[in-house]
Write a protein that binds this ligand. Structure first.
Ligand SMILES: C[S@@+](CC[C@H](N)C(=O)[O-])C[C@H]1O[C@@H](n2cnc3c(N)ncnc32)[C@H](O)[C@@H]1O
Length: 286
């Protein structure tokens, strides 16, 4: 097994443009510099990026906004997250921006909005953003609840930045034509595009390999056949990168399938330095 730790200074996420409307558990803003480096190490610019476990979608949004690829396909199973990406694809980014700017965020108003059932897709997208911004840790999975004290004791409003969020939605409206969103199983999309040589995959699955529980608490969809994912990656004719938590079971899987691994240092949201595992066919560029 080939592994080494990349120990440049951990990425300062404040220096990376934040393009996702989500505050997403396991979000990949810290991976953006490494992703740019990966693309610039390639002789031919790839035309299509596929993100089979898109979540907050930071890597796809960056790739398209910075013209690193022509088009991105984002895939995600979660219905609430899907409502947001579908609404953006439908051209409702500006509608969402306006809805956010006009909303008076109080506990009563949020509770009232979230109680509404039988809403259309863009209202469902708005509900998702409200939850994501007012629930502890941005967690949408079952059992999540409102933040208690929040940043600087600002409680429920501590992660509600209407102007910033509205701007992100308006920006997303500009790149919507370069993104295709599909609500389906990420493993299926890999299977469908594995033979395409000019396709790149950025694969960031829920971390549940080796019995790790983090993914269970964070995501509604956390169960995954990790062995099958690695098998599928072996069939990819283009190229891929995977990110995982640094667990022995994952390193064993990578080695078994003939992939290289590297550890990248990152600062988590609590400013602690952590290491995440990057897996790929060939990682000498990193
Ligand atoms: C680690 S998170 C991805 C985070 C993302 N890279 C970001 O920057 O926000 C994994 C995501 O995979 C989704 N997911 C889980 N199983 C899936 C499946 N079989 N197909 C598609 N998405 C799935 C979860 O809902 C979760 O959003």
């Amino acid at each position: 097994m080939s592994e080494s730790v990349c120990r440049p200074k951990p990425v300062n996420v404040a220096s990376v443009p934040h393009r996702s409307p989500f505050r997403y558990p396991g979000g990949k803003t810290w991976f953006v510099p490494a992703f740019r480096k990966w693309i610039s190490s390639m002789q031919n610019k790839p035309s299509l990026l596929i993100e089979p476990f898109a979540g907050g979608g930071t890597i796809s949004l960056t790739a398209v906004s910075e013209h690193l690829v022509q088009h991105a396909i984002m895939v995600e199973l979660d219905e609430e997250i899907a409502a947001v990406w579908h609404s953006i694809s439908n051209g409702d980014g500006d509608w969402l921006a306006k809805r956010i700017l006009e909303f008076d965020l109080t506990k009563e108003n949020v509770t009232h909005e979230l109680q509404k059932t039988d809403v259309d897709l863009k209202e469902k997208a708005f509900q998702t953003i409200l939850k994501n911004r007012t629930f502890h840790g941005g967690i949408l999975a079952e059992g999540a609840g409102f933040v208690k004290h929040g940043e600087n004791g600002k409680g429920l409003r501590s992660r509600w930045y209407p102007a910033t969020l509205a701007k992100r939605f308006s920006n997303l409206n500009q790149i919507a034509k370069d993104i295709t969103f599909l609500q389906k199983d990420g493993l299926k999309i890999i299977e469908e595009y594995a033979e395409h040589e000019d396709v790149l995959f950025f694969i960031d699955p829920p971390y549940t390999a080796g019995g790790k529980k983090a993914g269970k608490r964070l995501y509604r969809h956390f169960e995954l056949d990790h062995e099958q994912l690695f098998r599928l990656c072996e069939s990819i004719k283009g190229n891929f990168l995977m990110t995982y938590d640094n667990a022995d079971e994952v390193k064993l899987l990578a080695s078994k399938h003939g992939f290289q691994t590297r550890l990248i240092a990152m600062n988590n949201t609590h400013h602690a330095t952590m290491e995440e595992l990057v897996i790929g066919k060939e990682l000498s560029w990193l």
